[in-house]
Design a protein around this ligand. Sequence first.
Ligand code: 5AD
Ligand code: SF4
Length: 473
Amino acid sequence: MNLPSLKQAKIRGKEEVKILYDDYKIPNDVQNYFKNKKYYIETYGCQMNVHDSENIKAILENIGLTETASMTNSDLIILNTCAIRENAHNKVFGMLGRIKHLKEEKKDIITCLCGCMAQEENVASIIHEKYKWLDLVFGTHNIHKLPILLGELIKTKKQNIDVYSIEGNIYENIPVKRDSKYKAWVNIMYGCDKFCTYCIVPYTRGKQRSRLPQDIIKEVEELVKDGYLEVTLLGQNVNAYGKDLKTNYNMANLLENVAKTQIQRIRFITSHPWDFTDDMLDVIAKYDNIMPYIHLPIQSGSNRILKLMGRRYTKEEYICLFNKIKRKIPNVSISTDIIVGFPNETEEDFQETLDIVNTLKFDLAYTFIYSKREGTPAAALEDNITLETKNKRLQKLNNLVNKYAKENNQKYLNKVVPVLIEGESEKKGKFFGYTDTMKLVNVKCDPSCVGKIINVKIKEIKTWSLDGDINND
Ligand code: 5AD
Ligand code: SF4
């Protein structure tokens, strides 16, 4: 039993990050036990978690399990959880209620919880005290240990909570079962050292650790060989890539080297305005295979709130960077994240957020009501704003954001754009994909287009998507 500690998770020491190439091992007895058994996995939260689930799926399949879409027919259930906001928690606790009933009927089913919620001290202690039927809880630092943890579980049949509040290492060579044959997530770094005052991530994912450039490039080269068309480079704050390496190698260098692999499309998320360099912009502008799309969270339009959030930039600096990106990268689209209702956000602060949306006219904005995360500095701030006010502000902000999303889409009407077709759309007879600028497009085409980048003529504009036909001109 290893329980997480927030106090421990906060520490950033001088210990060197270890890069471990062969720490993933499978005990023999585990393989025999799980042969022909089925697993059900549910993933909550960000792309980092989606990619972790791709690792978990491969690990489970390595020990003999196969995936099922039916929870009731499974022999092992895993919830890969997210801690970023309270509603992510609530969804998971709701799900645990359902799983408990299932476990009462089907005693042998193995139940596991992992991901960011597992790293939270209060969640782990609730599980320890009140969810004794939950078999295994592991965290974000020991996914590679899953076969060993399952091996111990089938022997002891006792609940095990194995979560480490450490700064973290890098585990290479963990197997991966990718959800797509065309698009791949590639981690370039783990953790975050920014400690924005509202955010739980630096506590749940450890310190910033960059993978070595050669390991990243090797992974992308293999993806190219396997026929992948697109990679998304993943990190909590990708612009800071390399800062923890003992070399001068940085995100601009990495982007350039990834571009040289000739993979057709490169994306990267998430960028923090603080670390965005001119060198990065030059590389993005230079290479056609680096997509002209940037996700650049602003969080608030008020300098007072930005300071309380610990974001390290002013709205003026953000606007300056935004304009530079627009100037240097032709046709770029820019999306953002915005939090409303940060403790004691005044009407004036909120108005400044609306003002900046009116000025910058984002292509898209992901908007959230502030959610108090236990243990973060913002959780200690007094908050006099009612939830009703926060909901009203969110509604108002969303209306504005939607207006600009649609307005930005207008320029695509009757234009021909390249779209990587990913699969069948929810709309009957149509297929969906994304433009280089990350616009969702529903296309009338035949199934042979899936997995190809095709030219699409846009015929109709919507707020969240575009409709089009194959361009035969
Ligand atoms: N409350 C609300 N939104 C949050 N985010 C991060 N932490 C919180 C929180 N405590 C949002 C930020 C971030 C996005 C991934 O989630 O906008 O950019
Ligand atoms: Fe959280 Fe800020 Fe790090 Fe993003 S940069 S993960 S918001 S602490």
